[in-house]
Ligand binder design. Structure first.
Ligand code: URA
Length: 190
């Protein structure tokens, strides 16, 4: 019997819930695996859960997540039920520090599994950690954004992290809007 993609994601999520592959297992409240289903043409990948996400178990629901959700809705016309959301690292780093290279590598089996199962057209990499992990480049977001990267046949669009937009004001927000328009065009097949 063929295993459904829903089931494959459930199995991966269960594996994640018990994961002890790095030291973040000791400080997390819970693993933040994803939101959305396997039939999502858009996958959004952030850095790691923050305090709100660690508390509620859902990615991108705090202040920066709310900004990202609103921008995706305004520029692409999709609400959160219509795309898949996850992070490079599934457990909150203490004090919201950047995840270490070791933590990113320990967690990479989960993102790889998710990207294999979700039937996507486009991956939106949000912020430098996601952009570097997904493209394999060591560049800044500023130099990776505004173009389409193709990695293993997946189309990847890079944008700033909304936490940076909250600090950086309208210039960053406008740049994010133009990146999201690239995503919208790809989803529409243009
Ligand atoms: N920042 C991220 O990168 N991901 C989240 O889920 C929340 C904040």
């Amino acid at each position: 019997m063929e295993i459904s993609n829903e089931r494959r994601l459930e199995v991966l999520a269960q594996e994640a819930m018990g994961c002890q592959r790095c030291e973040l297992a000791a400080t997390r409240s819970q693993v933040v695996f994803s939101s959305g289903g396997p039939n999502s043409s858009l996958v959004v990948v952030g850095e790691a859960p923050g305090a709100s996400e660690d508390k509620d178990g859902v990615p991108f629901i705090g202040r920066s997540g709310q900004l990202l959700t609103r921008l995706i809705s305004e520029e692409i016309g999709l609400d959160r039920t219509r795309y898949y959301i996850t992070n490079v690292v599934k457990c909150r780093p203490p004090e919201n520090r950047r995840p270490s290279a070791g933590e990113i590598s320990a967690c990479s089996y989960l993102l790889a599994g998710q990207l294999e199962v979700v039937d996507k057209k486009v991956v939106l990499a949000v912020g430098e950690v996601a952009a570097r992990s997904l493209t394999g480049l060591k560049s800044s977001v500023g130099s990776m954004r505004g173009q389409i990267h193709t990695v293993d046949e997946a189309k990847i669009v890079v944008t700033y992290h909304p936490a940076y937009a909250l600090r950086g004001g309208s210039r960053v927000t406008e740049a994010m809007r133009s990146d999201l328009m690239i995503v919208g065009g790809l989803l529409d097949g243009k």
